[in-house]
Structure formats: structure tokens, C-alpha cells
Design a protein around this ligand. Structure first.
Ligand code: PMP
Length: 405
């Protein structure tokens, strides 16, 4: 059980008006709003702790280094990684995937090797692999989708072969909210000795994730979609892989020693964190996870499921609306269009009513092509949303239907 009023009080932005109406924020898939403790942690950092980390002997630097490393431990516990040094901080999901594409490929891939992705991937989990194909001669195979937009698992199994070195797949689709069958995806990949990267950007805000139980080799996400700061991403990778992979970027902080002849890399995870990081993102990450843990991931999942079902049922009753990805196993997201209209028009009308939704292709153009549409209107939920807001939204969609048709 959650106390949504108590939760809402913690998010200052929810008090503001947009176009004369109370804000209804249903664009959580793009980024969530931040609770006060996250905002305060950033103010506190610049008021009390500002210093560079990891290399200072002075008090501020030492204190802040401990704070930053505590954030890593908080992430480790949140996803149940074996070691804190299996958590690499990056700029976000995109940065984490680019790190793996660059570094894993240099350590493990040669021309002719194969990577498998799917047709539903966010461009962030598509373009880095396509680029490896075009620049390095690595083959990229794409799992096709069913009519509803689910992965065609039979086709996936046929794509796997001893040449498959990596399967890179979303945990939850950002455009349709479909939850992919990771257990089967991972166990099939392992039969062929392939590594698996899971794009968890849209999963960690809605589901409990245990990377040890999953058995994923890489799991990536962005803190800004999880009530945390922008510029703070997570790459979880198994220790033995990180040990075998070369640095992604080169610069300060990643070395044990440098001579003109040669460099010895620092221990994990520092080898992958060149340069000054998003320092204030450390305490802000810790504060965001503190918020999530306090509410409870199980409670968040159950409550959001209620919201999703409530909203889907009502949207489904509007004859002029087409809902995409209409299957049971979904998290956080509903995608739809008012038939025969463009999603931008619906989005603009809803915005006039103070309702924030996302419209367009959601950085998944191959998926949109598969569905035969230019884009969708996407409503995505967070734990501070309410059924009353859904009622306002449904009324808004009905008004938009009247105005557009
Ligand atoms: N993958 C998925 C599934 C996403 O939803 C997003 C964000 N829309 C990304 C990757 C990219 O995340 P970021 O922009 O935080 O790097």
C-alpha cells in the first residue's frame, strides 16, 4: 500500500500549473520528476561539500569521495550486484551502451561475429551496434516482432548460433511498455555462449531488478528516469568482463601509473571513469534510491499496475482510439493514437489542458515502421500519479477526439 498524497507532497513541481491547469505529468518515460530530498542533496553538495573526488587529501574531497562511493554501494544493493566495483557510473543509458559497444568490441569481437538486437529497441540500443556493423564488419541480426509488437521468440532462437557474441535487448519497451521474457532470452543466449546486455532504462522505475538472478552480463539504466539526477547513468557488468575490457575513454583517474612507454590501469571501476564525473549526481542518486526504497519497489510496481489497468480499460472504451501493444505483461507505458489523426495534434491539445504526454516515434523508428505509423501518443506513469489524473487525461482525450474528428 502506498500513501500517494504523502508521496506527492515530496515533489514540488507537482504544485505548478501549466496553461492555467494543474500539471498532470504523464511523461515519466522521458524523465521522472524529482523528490525534494534529491533537489536538497544537490543544494547541499554545492553548499557544503563541493570538491573534486578520488584524488584529494583534504577534508572536503575525502568527505565527498565517501559520499560518491556510497552512491555506488546504494546502486549495487538496489540491483543486487555482487560487488560495488561492478557498477560503473556513466552519463546515462546511452553512454553505458556506447561504452560496452566500444570496449567489449575491442576486447572480444572480430569481423564476421554476430550481435543480435530487436526491432523494438530504442535508437540508443540500436545505433551503437549498427555502427559496429558498418565500421567493423560485425554482423547485426534483428529479432522481428509479432503484429502486436512482441518479440518473435521462435525467430530469435533461429538467429542464435555459435557466431553470436552478444544479444542486446530492452527489458521493457519504451514505446509500448511490453515486458520482454528475459529469462528465456538470456538462457537461450547462454546455450550458444553469447553475452547479454539488457537495456533497463524503462524497467528499473517499474520493476524489481536483480542482476544476479537474471544472469545478465550487462545491465544499463539512467537515474533521471528513476527520480534521480540527469547526467548519471549506470553500467552494471560482471567483474570478469570489466577486467577483460579496455578503457572506454582515456584521461585522468583511470590509471595506477603512467610512463612515456606504458600505462597501468586503475582497479575497477575507476578504469572506466575517466575525467571529473557528475559529482553532485552521487548524493542525488543516493537520495533517489532512498526515496524508491522507502516507498518499496514492490509497492511501486503494484500501484503503477493499477494505474495502467485503470487507464487502459478506459482508453479501450473510446471507439476513436487505437491502443498499441495491447498485451498483459506491460509496465509503466500506454501508447495510442486517435484514429486518422497525427499524435502531435493530440499532444498539443492535451498540453493546452496541462497534461504532459510524449508524442512521436520515441526514438524507435524501426518499431514505428513495423506498426505502419509515424508515431504514437505515449502516457507513462510514476508512483506520484493518481486515478484522478487519469480521469482528467481520459476527459482530455475525449475532448481531443471531438476537436480533431
Ligand atoms: N533506452 C530506452 C529503452 C529508453 O527509454 C531511453 C530513454 N528514452 C534510452 C535508452 C536512452 O536513455 P538516456 O537518454 O537517458 O541515455
Amino acid at each position: 500500500m502506498i500513501d500517494v498524497n504523502y508521496i506527492r507532497q515530496q515533489f514540488p513541481i507537482l504544485n505548478r500549473k501549466v496553461n492555467g491547469n494543474p500539471l498532470v505529468y504523464f511523461d515519466n518515460g522521458a524523465t521522472t520528476q524529482k523528490p525534494k530530498r534529491v533537489i536538497d542533496s544537490i543544494v547541499n553538495y554545492y553548499s557544503e561539500l563541493n570538491s573534486n573526488i578520488h584524488r584529494g587529501v583534504h577534508t572536503l574531497s575525502r568527505e565527498m569521495t565517501i559520499e560518491y562511493e556510497n552512491a555506488r554501494i546504494a546502486v549495487q544493493k538496489f540491483i543486487n550486484a555482487t560487488y560495488a566495483h561492478e557498477i560503473v557510473f556513466t552519463k546515462g543509458t546511452t553512454d553505458s551502451i556506447n561504452l560496452v559497444a566500444s570496449s567489449f568490441s575491442r576486447a572480444f569481437l572480430k569481423p564476421g561475429d554476430e550481435i543480435i538486437v530487436s526491432e523494438m529497441e530504442h535508437h540508443s540500443n540500436f545505433l551503437p551496434w549498427q555502427n559496429l556493423r558498418d565500421e567493423k564488419g560485425i554482423s547485426m541480426k534483428v529479432i522481428p516482432l509479432t503484429k502486436e509488437g512482441e518479440l518473435n521468440m521462435e525467430a530469435y532462437k533461429k538467429l542464435l548460433s555459435p557466431k553470436t557474441k552478444l544479444v542486446a535487448i530492452a527489458h521493457v519497451s519504451n514505446s509500448l511498455g511490453l515486458v520482454n521474457p528475459l529469462e528465456e532470452i538470456i538462457s537461450e543466449a547462454k546455450k550458444h555462449g553469447a553475452k547479454v546486455l539488457i537495456d533497463g532504462a524503462q524497467a528499473v522505475p517499474h520493476l524489481r531488478v536483480d542482476v544476479q538472478k537474471l544472469g545478465a552480463d550487462f545491465y544499463v539504466f539512467s537515474m533521471h528516469k528513476l527520480y534521480g539526477p540527469t547526467g548519471m547513468g549506470v553500467l552494471f557488468a560482471k567483474e570478469e568482463l570489466l577486467e577483460a575490457m579496455p578503457p572506454y575513454q582515456y584521461g585522468g583517474g583511470i590509471i595506477k601509473s603512467v610512463t612515456i612507454e606504458k600505462t597501468e590501469w586503475a582497479d575497477l571501476p575507476n578504469k572506466f571513469e575517466a575525467g571529473t564525473p557528475n559529482i553532485e549526481g552521487g548524493p542525488a542518486t543516493k537520495a533517489a534510491l532512498h526515496f524508491v526504497n522507502e516507498v518499496g519497489m514492490g509497492n511501486i510496481a503494484a500501484y503503477e499496475h493499477e494505474l495502467l489497468t485503470y487507464c487502459s480499460d478506459q482508453l479501450g472504451m473510446i471507439e476513436e482510439v487505437e491502443v498499441y501493444g495491447n498485451i498483459k505483461n506491460k509496465a509503466g507505458v500506454i501508447s495510442f493514437n486517435i484514429k486518422k489523426t497525427h499524435p502531435f495534434d493530440t499532444g498539443t491539445l492535451l498540453d493546452n489542458m496541462g497534461i504532459a504526454v510524449r508524442t512521436g516515434h520515441h526514438c524507435t523508428q524501426p518499431l514505428m515502421r513495423h506498426l505502419g505509423i509515424p508515431g504514437t501518443v505515449r502516457a507513462s506513469f510514476a508512483v506520484y500519479n493518481t486515478k484522478e489524473e487519469i480521469d482528467i487525461f481520459i476527459n482530455g482525450v475525449k475532448k481531443a477526439v471531438k476537436m480533431l474528428l
